[in-house]
Design a protein around this ligand. Structure first.
Ligand SMILES: [Zn+2]
Length: 345
């Protein structure tokens, strides 16, 4: 007869952990220490063992006996103490519970989901691009040449990651979501409409309306016969659904390197109805996004045949839209993780 003391000890520990009351405890004691218990069985087997094994097995049996005895002693005390505190009830149902407040989506995530959802219902597909980009995708392919002055405002956080397109140069954190246009065009053939949300990075000092990191949503629709009227119609539908059917819109000519013609989109202030208030700075209009028709050079940079396709593109700042919609005065509030602020939305 041989005894696996390690296995027996493990069984004892497992069973001891399940003892709930004095009845369980007595059954446990009898199983190991009773007259027909395991420890007695081991002692009885000693006589049948070879001489050299007897001391080892004898010691093992003694250890088991001591261990079980001390478990029985400890648990008896613990169970009796508990019964003395509350003889009828083991659980105090009046103790206040631990509250776990339900979480919810961050206001910026809600805004991104709302905007993307609206464009999805119009047939757009959500795509994402990487936050680390090549200079080609972030600038050059978007018709922003290396020496162009408009690059200065965006020339941003470079990383120690070699640029696969330009030996000796490095990749950077994207300064806008527009490089996703290039990636999408390299991957898909028109017609398509995509909407691309994501984080962007700029070398801006942080204040109430600036942050070195913020969120943009980029839209791109490409086909053989997309017109500026399609762009106006699409953005009008979006703005009315998002800000309310009553708002008026205007498209102001503007310059973006990657669209031609380009425009900035204003909506009539939905707070003062265009009369002028502090939110619209007495102008009656709110600037909400940039847009335009995709520049032919961008199509060529993405590898499309020259002149074959036309497209519309637009981009908006998620923080700005959320601030306008909810009357939030300071962009820093989005990122401070103050629950008192976040709980309001
Ligand atoms: Zn106003």
């Amino acid at each position: 007869m041989s005894w696996n003391f390690q296995e027996i000890q493990e069984t004892i520990r497992r069973e001891a952990a399940q003892i709930a009351d004095l009845k369980d405890l007595e059954a446990f004691r009898v199983k190991y220490l009773g007259r027909k218990g395991l420890v007695q069985d081991i002692y009885a087997s000693l006589a049948t063992l070879p001489h050299e094994q007897r001391p080892v097995v004898g010691k093992g049996a003694n250890d088991l006996k001591n261990d079980v005895s001390s478990i029985v002693e400890e648990r008896t005390k613990a169970i009796k103490a508990r019964q003395a505190r509350d003889p009828g009830e083991d659980i105090d149902v009046t103790t206040p519970g631990v509250t776990v407040p339900p979480g919810h989506r961050h206001i910026l995530t809600q805004t991104v989901d709302d905007i993307c959802g609206m464009f999805e219902r119009l047939g757009f597909v959500v795509q994402e691009g990487p936050e680390i980009e090549t200079e080609f995708n972030n600038f050059t392919a978007l018709n922003i040449p290396v020496d162009h002055p408009s690059r200065d405002a965006f020339d941003t956080f470079y990383l120690e990651l070699p640029d696969p397109d330009r030996p000796g140069r490095y990749q950077l954190l994207r300064s806008h979501t527009s490089p996703a246009q290039i990636r999408v065009m390299q991957k898909y053939q028109p017609p398509f409409g995509v909407i691309v949300p994501g984080r962007v990075y700029r070398p801006d000092a942080v204040d109430a309306s600036h942050s070195f990191m913020f969120h943009q949503i980029e839209g791109l629709l490409v086909n053989e016969d997309v017109k500026f009227s399609d762009l106006k119609g699409l953005l009008t539908v979006f703005c009315r659904r998002f800000f309310g059917e009553k708002i008026k819109m205007r498209f102001r000519p503007h310059f973006f390197p990657f669209t031609e013609p380009s425009a900035e989109v204003d909506i009539s202030c939905y707070i003062c109805d265009g009369k002028g208030c502090s939110v619209c700075r007495r102008k009656g209009w709110l600037e909400i996004m940039g847009c335009g028709m995709v520049h032919p050079k961008v199509f060529v940079a993405a590898g499309y045949p020259a002149g074959k396709y036309t497209g519309l593109a637009f981009g908006l700042g998620v923080e700005r839209i959320a601030m306008l919609k909810h009357g939030i005065q300071d962009i820093r509030l989005f990122f401070e993780n103050d629950v008192r602020f976040l709980e309001q939305f």
